[in-house]
Write a new protein. Structure first.
Length: 278
């Protein structure tokens, strides 16, 4: 972790921590943080088992000692047309451990390959599964409450092609649509609003057997054509799921992404139901 990255991550982390603990928000509830802490401090990471999270990570809830250690701070994928539009933005986001991703270039692009390689080194990868902001999913009473958009297939490929099954921690956030609501004019859209009631929930890890079951089902249903997607051969040959991934990346990635959506939605319904009861 270079000096500039340490400064960038530390400043953003401390600013987030100050925002969450200064009384700016009316309340901040954190549940299940031990699920993430255990995954980040697990010795299996030194053996090449990475960590995956699936919602915007709130750095402010992490211990401050993590900010100077790249192993304890996430890497993430960021859209080139949003985060890398000029030299200043590019330098900032690269220092913040963001991997430049190009929309429309599919699941076989360098950003996905780089994410798989980082997982193989035991790094923490955070993924914006929906690929866009979806503020209605956590709004109690809205028709889309507890529901997510389809996850991008690249998410499935990253999880399937790692050399060891990654530890997948689902997350659910509520109240952030009030803290940073969409649709506001410049410069207000970049400024947080006061008195938001926030909750951050980290679920239990998704069992690796769930992904294995998906691939077994595809093989049993003969939905994996032979020799499909040879572009990924050099990576998948060493993947924890073996030859079945090599033969059907697109089919498996689609189903794996759908599985993660279902797990995160289940966590969301649990959180929203609990909030509604209170």
């Amino acid at each position: 972790m270079g000096f500039l990255s340490k400064v960038t991550v530390s400043v953003v982390g401390l600013w987030s921590k100050a925002l969450l603990n200064s009384g700016f928000c009316s309340s901040v509830t954190v549940k299940g943080l031990d699920n993430l802490i255990h995954a980040l401090e697990d010795g299996e990471r030194d053996n090449g088992r990475g960590v995956v999270t699936n919602e915007p990570t709130v750095w402010g809830v992490l211990p401050a000692r993590y900010y100077l250690n790249s192993r304890m701070t996430r890497w993430t994928l960021g859209a080139s047309d949003i985060m890398f539009t000029n030299p200043v933005f590019s330098a900032f986001f690269r220092s913040g451990q963001v991997i430049e991703t190009f929309r429309g270039k599919g699941i076989f692009q360098p950003a996905i390959d780089a994410s798989i390689e980082k997982l193989n080194r035991g790094e923490w990868i955070h993924l914006f599964g929906e690929g866009k902001v979806n503020q209605y999913s956590s709004e109690v009473g809205h028709p889309n409450a507890g529901r997510l958009l389809r996850f991008k297939w690249g998410i499935g490929r990253i999880m399937m092609e790692a050399q060891k099954p990654p530890v997948i921690i689902p997350m659910w956030l509520t109240g952030f649509d009030k803290l940073m609501p969409e649709g506001r004019p410049f410069p207000c859209k970049y400024l947080p609003k006061r008195d938001a009631k926030l909750s951050i929930t980290f679920g239990k890890p998704i069992p690796a057997t769930d992904i294995q079951d998906i691939l077994a089902t595809l093989v049993r249903e003969r939905r994996i054509p032979e020799q499909e997607e040879k572009h990924s051969a050099s990576v998948t040959e060493a993947g924890w799921l073996g030859d079945s991934v090599f033969q059907g990346v697109h089919h498996g990635a689609q189903r794996t992404s759908a599985m993660e959506v279902a797990r995160v939605e289940a966590l969301g319904r649990e959180v929203l139901g609990s909030n509604d009861a209170t």
